[in-house]
Each structure stands twice: as structure tokens, then as C-alpha cells.
Design a protein around this ligand. Structure first.
Ligand SMILES: NC(=O)c1ccc[n+]([C@@H]2O[C@H](COP(=O)([O-])OP(=O)(O)OC[C@H]3O[C@@H](n4cnc5c(N)ncnc54)[C@H](OP(=O)(O)O)[C@@H]3O)[C@@H](O)[C@H]2O)c1
Length: 370
């Protein structure tokens, strides 16, 4: 392709610590099993600083071009691509799985996983991430997006589609507990980036949502945000008081509860919201845990009420394909009613990482735009 430059810029973490630098590198080449993608928007996590400065102690081999999931356009395909073609709009998924071992799983640009297979793939094959003008991506990690439908008819652009990185995570959890239309789910907490997206996804699936949180202002913003673009949804909020039994009683007062979704950060691992929500579940209720749990949740009532607990790292490839169909079907709020993105150029990465730590909650995401 004649519009592919000979070199590209990437944002490199040279060693675990507070500094990164922009490097010029020779252009990538697509070979069998891979494509080269021109990155349009790359998502920044609320805890991106904590991963790269070592506070989170995620295993990561440096130097590495940072960055995880992204929206981009195919620049070049390897010889075995069958439907992906240059110019196509794609979702670039950061969940890398061993082609011969599903346990070799890691999150590209975030960590290299915890087994020898994932470490081999991360260090030797799929290493550099998407804080970059171009990235070399496993073929199966590129999901075609229907540009005519998403851009022209539904009013999204790459700045909104990057929010897939938030929406897909709770969707992966909800798929493991088979949340059904009409059921009631407690989302706790609900005022974070991933958990706020969890509220949006559960509502789009037709569930009634009880959103728990300790910040009443943010709970009110959450309610206003999710009802702005889709006023028919069914949402209630419950403030977490820290009195576990009282919070359970507040939840039970809202009727039968079928399921719980947890997306607690490590700082909330000892918080009362999850035990309160589990205690409010009906017999046979289901719990999806994607966050940090620092206390036992399997006790007598867990057994006597036949509860089900499912852990989940991200989502499966089939989940991502189904979710993109849901988005293209128009089940979510349109355009910026879905998400209000703050974007930064690569060289302003420090400001972007700091902004991402603050600009959290439903409908908010920070990106780097290479
Ligand atoms: N399993 C997976 O595949 C997967 C994928 C992505 C992320 N995650 C996990 O999800 C976590 C949440 O990410 P996020 O982006 O949503 O985080 P975030 O935007 O920073 O939100 C943090 C949330 O936790 C609440 N919180 C923080 N400290 C608390 C405490 N001490 N007690 C009670 N609540 C507390 C906050 O409530 P306030 O509004 O009251 O501060 C807010 O709702 C991440 O830390 C990550 O580990 C898991």
C-alpha cells in the first residue's frame, strides 16, 4: 500500500517506572496469521499509571510499546487473511490466546500472563501494543466493524467505538451467568469505568439494574446518563453505607434479586458492597466476579441458597462477536450519549494517564490518538 510510511512512532515503556518515550521504528510487516493496523484510538485504563510505574506489580517485560485494545484500520494483511482487507475499520482486541493452548492467555500491553506459554507469546511474538501509529496484530484479534451502520446510521465514530474496551468486560462476565431479560441484577460498585459500563450492558440486555455505590453524586450522574439516551431502561440506585446488614435490607426492599456483578478494584477488595449484595440474592442466584475480592464469600448461606459464583478474565472471542452485533443492532444509546471521550496525542501521554485516573465512571473514557 503506497500510503504506508517507511517508519512509525510508538510510545515505549523502556523499564517499569514513571517514564515513557516516543520512538521512531521501521514499518511493521504483515506475515501469516497477522495484520498490520493503523491505530485510530487506543484506550487508556484508569490504572494505566499504576501498571507501568509498578504499583500494580503486573508481570511485563520491557522495553514494550504500551497500549491495549484499540480501534483502527487495516493497513496490510498477511497471506492467510480471508475477510480482513486494507482500509477496513476494525476492533483490535487485547486478549491474546495461545492458538494451541487456551490457558496461554494474557492482556497485550498490560501484562504477559502467568504461564510459560503466555510469557513466550508475549515476549517473542505479540509484544508491542497500540500506543502507536501502527501495530502488528494477530489475525483473530481483529474484529470487522460495520462502518456504514455504526458511523452513518448510529452516529458513532472511532472515539465512541473505543468504548467497546469498557463494555465488553462486563458483557463477558454477564455471559458467564446468563443474565436474562427481565431479571434484576445488582452491579457493585457501579461508579467505576468498567462497572458503569456494566450498568449500560445489563440494561441493554433487558435487565432491571440496582446500581450500588458510596458516592451519591456519582450515582445520580449514572442514573441521568443511562436514561438520557435510553429513557425506557429500569434502574434504581442504592447508596452503600458500610453497614452490611442495612445495605442488604435496602436491596431486599427492592424485590427479588437474581444476579450480582462485581467489578471492584483492589482498593475495594474488603468493601461491604459485595457481601451485602450476595446476602440479598434469591435462592439459585448467580454472581459474576471480575474484580478483586479480599474476603470469603462462600459460607452457609452460599450453600443453602444454591448460589453460583463465576470468575471471568475479560471475555471469549464469541462474546466479542456477539456484542458487536448488539451494538450494530442499535441496542445502545447513540453517538456521544453512549460515551464522552477525552483524547490526547501520543506525546501528551502523561496528561492522558493522569486524566484517566480522574475521568472515571459511566460513559467516560480516555484515549491516545496516534
Ligand atoms: N476480570 C477482568 O477481566 C477485568 C477487566 C478489567 C478490569 N478489571 C478490574 O476492574 C477494576 C475496576 O476498574 P474501573 O476502571 O471500573 O475502576 P475505576 O473507574 O477506578 O472505579 C473504581 C470503582 O471502585 C470504587 N471504589 C474504589 N475504592 C473503593 C473502596 N475502598 N470501597 C468501595 N468502593 C471503592 C469506586 O467508587 P467511588 O466512586 O465511590 O470512588 C468506583 O466505583 C479494576 O481495578 C480491575 O482490576 C477486571
Amino acid at each position: 500500500m503506497s500510503d504506508i510510511p517507511t517508519h512509525y512512532q510508538g510510545l515505549v515503556l523502556t523499564s517499569i517506572g514513571p517514564e515513557m518515550r516516543i520512538e521512531q521504528r521501521p514499518m511493521l510487516k504483515a506475515d501469516s496469521g497477522s495484520v498490520v493496523v493503523r491505530i485510530l484510538e487506543s484506550s487508556v485504563l484508569s490504572y494505566q499509571n499504576d501498571i507501568y510505574n509498578g504499583k500494580r506489580q503486573y508481570p511485563l517485560t520491557t522495553p514494550i510499546v504500551g497500549g491495549c485494545s484499540a480501534v483502527g484500520r487495516i493497513a496490510a494483511t498477511g497471506p492467510d487473511a480471508t475477510i480482513l482487507m486494507p482500509g477496513q475499520l476494525v476492533w483490535v482486541d487485547c486478549v491474546v490466546r495461545g492458538r494451541d493452548d487456551s490457558e496461554a492467555i494474557y492482556l497485550w500491553g498490560i501484562h504477559e500472563g502467568y504461564n510459560s506459554g503466555s510469557q513466550k507469546l508475549s515476549r517473542e511474538i505479540w509484544h508491542d501494543g497500540t500506543f502507536s501509529e501502527f501495530a502488528k496484530v494477530p489475525l483473530e484479534n481483529c474484529f470487522p466493524l460495520n462502518e456504514a451502520r455504526l458511523y452513518t446510521e448510529l452516529g458513532y465514530s472511532a472515539r465512541e467505538l473505543i468504548y467497546l474496551s469498557h463494555l465488553l468486560v462486563p458483557f463477558g462476565g454477564l455471559r458467564t451467568i446468563d443474565l436474562k431479560p427481565g431479571e434484576t441484577i445488582v452491579v457493585c460498585p457501579s461508579t467505576g469505568g468498567f462497572s458503569g459500563a456494566g450498568v449500560q450492558v445489563a440494561l441493554a440486555l433487558g435487565a432491571r439494574v440496582i446500581a450500588m455505590g458510596r458516592n451519591e453524586t456519582e450515582l445520580a450522574r449514572l442514573r441521568a446518563f443511562v436514561t438520557k439516551g435510553t429513557p425506557w431502561v429500569n434502574i434504581e440506585t442504592v447508596k452503600v453505607t458500610g453497614d452490611q446488614a442495612a445495605d442488604t435490607a435496602s436491596l431486599k426492599a427492592l424485590g427479588t434479586i437474581d444476579a450480582v456483578l462485581d467489578l471492584s478494584p483492589p482498593a475495594a477488595a474488603q468493601a461491604t458492597h459485595l457481601p451485602s449484595a450476595i446476602a440479598a440474592l434469591r435462592r439459585g442466584g448467580r454472581i459474576s466476579v471480575l474484580g478483586s475480592v479480599g474476603q470469603p464469600i462462600v459460607g452457609w448461606s452460599f450453600l443453602s441458597k444454591d448460589l453460583q459464583l463465576k470468575g471471568k478474565l475479560m471475555y471469549e472471542r464469541d462474546d466479542a462477536m456477539l456484542f458487536i452485533k448488539m451494538l450494530e443492532a442499535g441496542l445502545f444509546a447513540r453517538g456521544t450519549d453512549l460515551v464522552e471521550t477525552k483524547s490526547f496525542p501520543l506525546e501528551d501521554w502523561k496528561a492522558a494517564f493522569d486524566m484517566a485516573a480522574e475521568y472515571t465512571g459511566v460513559g467516560r473514557i480516555v484515549t491516545l490518538t496516534p
